[in-house]
Design a protein around this ligand. Structure first.
Ligand code: SF4
Length: 218
């Protein structure tokens, strides 16, 4: 057995335990061995009658989820294809009325809580209220011991990584874009504006969490 197999084995045991923790908090939750199983689990929760939207997510891109939906006849709201800022804004508003909203999480605690950070807030707003169903897909690399570590991961790792992506395509003056580490900034370019903990799922089952035994996103 290689070290990687031991990591997989550890993550499988922890993933199954974390799924049970989510269920106690009224989430619907699943553990998947790999991204192919995760994709099938997502598809089992949506139909071609659903209007499907999503928040920006490297995990989703790595799963090829948006491409799959658009190439297979699903009804989608794709903000990335909006031609201008006004059209993007409309997509964000329309997403609140979607049947399904897809996203990942910035961090997850072993006791079944989600932590997410947003700049504009459209992603965390849709997580909290609006779309009939929210499906959160996350690699086991997002799971940490407790809520305190989840905040630390979101603020000091996920956000600075996300800023590298943003800074690659747009001017951005946040300290982490330049240094890779959080400077607890108050910059107007900061993406750390809304930090939301999803402690319980209400109505029960509205949020579906799919944990994947792979490294996905950051
Ligand atoms: S430097 Fe600013 S934008 Fe970057 S992670 Fe810290 S608070 Fe967020």
């Amino acid at each position: 057995m290689t070290e990687n197999k031991f990591v997989k084995e550890r993550n499988k045991k922890l993933g199954i335990k974390t799924v049970e923790a989510f269920k106690k908090r009224h989430f619907d939750a699943y553990f998947c061995n790999d991204r192919a199983e995760a994709l099938n689990t997502v598809l089992s929760h949506i139909s071609k009658d659903d209007v499907i939207a999503w928040g920006g997510s490297t995990t989703m891109a790595e799963l090829g989820l948006a491409d799959y939906l658009e190439n297979n006849g699903y009804k989608t709201i794709n903000r990335d294809k909006a031609p201008d800022a006004e059209a993007k804004r409309k997509c964000a508003y329309d997403s609140f009325l979607a049947d399904v909203f897809l996203m990942s999480a910035n961090a997850i605690s072993e006791d079944g809580q989600l932590v997410n950070i947003d700049g504009l807030g459209n992603r965390v707003a849709a997580l909290a209220f609006g779309p009939k169903k929210v499906i959160v897909v996350a690699g086991m690399n997002k799971v940490v011991k407790n809520l305190e570590e989840a905040y630390t991961r979101a603020r000091t790792y996920a956000a600075p990584c996300n800023l590298q992506r943003i800074a690659a395509v747009a001017d951005n003056k946040t300290p982490c874009a330049a240094t890779g580490t959080c400077g607890d900034c108050l910059s107007p370019d900061s993406i750390c504006c809304q930090i939301i903990t999803t402690r319980l799922c209400r109505p029960a089952g509205r949020i579906v969490v799919i944990l994947v035994n792979e490294e996905l996103g950051y």
